[in-house]
Design a protein around this ligand. Sequence first.
Ligand code: CP
Length: 323
Amino acid sequence: MTDPAPSLGKDLVGLENLTAGQILAILDTAEPFKEISERRIKKVPVLRGKTIVNLFFEASTRTRISFEFAEKRLSADTVNISSTGSSVAKGETLVDTARNLEAMRIDMVVIRHGASGAAHFLADRIPSNVVNAGDGWHEHPTQGLLDLLTIRDHRGGIDGLKVCIVGDILHSRVARSNIYGLRALGAEVAICGPKTLLPPAPEELGCIVFPRVEEAIEWADVVNVLRLQLERMEAGYVPSLREYNRIWGVSKRRLQAAPKDLLILHPGPMNRGVEIDSDVADGEHSVILNQVTNGVAVRMAVLYLLAGGQPEKAEAAKQGAEA
Ligand code: CP
């Protein structure tokens, strides 16, 4: 008899402290769930009776909507709250907001917040499951997981792959979740970008640093391009967006020396013509929309596992069993 897959515990706050076994359990659970979104009636009763609150204090298109689709496709009841239009705008604290939601007997909270550590803070203070949908510069674990799933779909596995993350690494929660997840599964990880946008001690993250984007592209099996997080920069990290594109932009010309099966990822939203040119974003190497599709399945998997579902029962859940 094989050992059961390791449980995720109460919350998903980041990938830093997950084992390879836990990460693979999420990816393997997402696999059967992909098919639900291809059905005419995209609904299974897996989370029937569960109430999930999506608490988004920062803007989001992909993450917020794909969590909502994941919840609805698993038959959970969902409520969306943003800072504008809720009593947060009147000064109510995060923990008071959450306690009031708890008083209405919720089961899970999905939170996006501008403060690094906000998801952890909440997870320690409420009994509901907490899922981090991006907290400040810290982590964006479900983005890291959907990136891993997309790479695995196209390359068959992660172990031994060379993955370079190009762009604004310093401000990027996506970069951190990618680095932790990729390294846990045995990939070699490099980073590349202007010195002002790299973390102060990249070696502590276990990353190689490429000073030139051309070298990074030549080395890599996968390039994950990140946008400049203009909203997190006070000033002066790059001379101008035009200059950034000229030196660091991922362009068709720069991909000429790339291997045919190079994968280009981008978490979105893209600044076309800044960190990535349109003919790359829409070109033969791009798997950017596959990432978005996988986002729904990965988020279904995370919600199912946190609700007590087991990876080995995901196939049965897909056919109609509850978690
Ligand atoms: N990748 C990502 O987090 O996109 P959104 O900000 O649109 O959710």
